[in-house]
Design a protein around this ligand. Structure first.
Ligand SMILES: O=P(O)(O)OC[C@H]1O[C@](O)(COP(=O)(O)O)[C@@H](O)[C@@H]1O
Ligand SMILES: [Mg+2]
Length: 303
């Protein structure tokens, strides 16, 4: 598919091309084995940083500033947002998602969102997102994303340094559940019951749900897109986890937007992630992504 032709002369395409360029540089750096050591620094939400977190953040920001007329760039790794240009679009970034898993060789990646006419923090919400998705730095360099509610996958071809894009299929149905079940006794009761149900109640073929957890949201959501099921990072009773761990603007909203565009759904446990009010830049939220019926069941149970 000729994605460049389809979106030719659009600002969104310019932004997307700058993201592609950055991803190629970051992937190369990761493959060289560089940046996989802890730095003794933390970001705004107190996550320990590795060298590649900082490298990725700088790379995305430099290219977006140089190659586009982007208005604001918001990053999980930075305290504030800075005005770069005066275009109509702004960019949000989780420059390196799954960094701690990258250290042990699990595919990491980057999550991005493009927002239209966003001028205040509250404008970086589900209503204003026009493109969102994620890169995966795995065996190949890949991107899964949606523009104007149409979803695509791109794979980078190393031989000729070019990207090949195809449309994404609708979310398949499969009994797979990605959740860090080591926190189970700290979850709300309704979630513990829901989990037990998925694990123990057999369908007519004797099948129950299967668990996956890579501790890398991009890998988890890639699996979700290919195989179906559910991804969850809920709130729990650990100190600092009353709203889970994932960030609303940098991680949850772009993923929710992409899932919706392939027929899936999202929730914070009560309502769609795309309807949650954005109050703070680094706001956290419980996240449930995937099959529409499962998301509906979650919202019904969590009353
Ligand atoms: O170690 P935990 O608590 O299971 O958390 C893993 C989650 O944290 C994340 O790594 C997000 O944090 P980063 O953006 O700092 O990498 C997700 O990719 C993953 O789903
Ligand atoms: Mg992340």
């Amino acid at each position: 598919m000729d994605l460049y032709k389809k979106y030719q002369n659009t600002e969104i395409l310019e932004i997307f091309k700058s993201l592609l360029k950055s991803s190629e540089t970051i992937y190369k750096e990761l493959k060289s084995g560089a940046g996989l050591e802890f730095l003794n620094t933390t970001n705004e939400t107190d996550d320990e940083q590795i060298g590649l977190d900082v490298f990725a953040d700088e790379c995305f920001q430099e290219n977006a500033d140089k190659d586009t007329n982007i208005k604001y760039i918001l990053s999980e790794e930075r305290p504030d947002f800075v005005q770069y240009g005066d275009g109509r679009y702004s960019l949000t970034l989780d420059p390196l998602d799954g960094s701690k898993s990258a250290i042990v060789g699990i595919p990491s990646g980057a999550i991005f969102g493009v927002f239209d006419e966003a001028n205040n923090i509250s404008d970086f919400c589900g209503k204003n997102i026009v493109s969102g998705g994620f890169f995966v730095f795995g065996i190949n360099l890949e991107v899964y994303f949606a523009i104007n509610n149409e979803a695509y996958k791109g794979v980078f071809n190393n031989e000729n340094s070019s990207w090949n894009f195809v449309s994404l299929d609708k979310l398949p149905k499969y009994k797979m559940f990605a959740i860090n079940a080591s926190n189970k006794i700290k979850w709300d009761n309704w979630l513990q019951d829901f989990y037990d149900d998925l694990m123990n109640v057999e369908d007519e073929n004797g099948k129950t749900y299967n668990i996956r957890w890579y501790a890398s949201m991009v890998s988890e959501v890639k699996r979700l897109i290919i195989q179906g099921g559910l991804f969850a990072y809920p709130n729990d009773s650990r100190k600092g986890y009353s709203n889970g761990h994932l960030r609303l603007v940098y991680e949850a909203i772009p993923m929710a937007y992409l899932l919706k565009s392939i027929g899936g759904s999202s929730s914070n446990g009560k309502k769609s992630i795309l309807d949650v009010d954005v109050i703070e830049l680094h706001q956290k939220t419980p996240v449930f992504l995937g099959d529409k019926e499962l998301i509906q069941r979650i919202e019904n149970l969590n009353k």
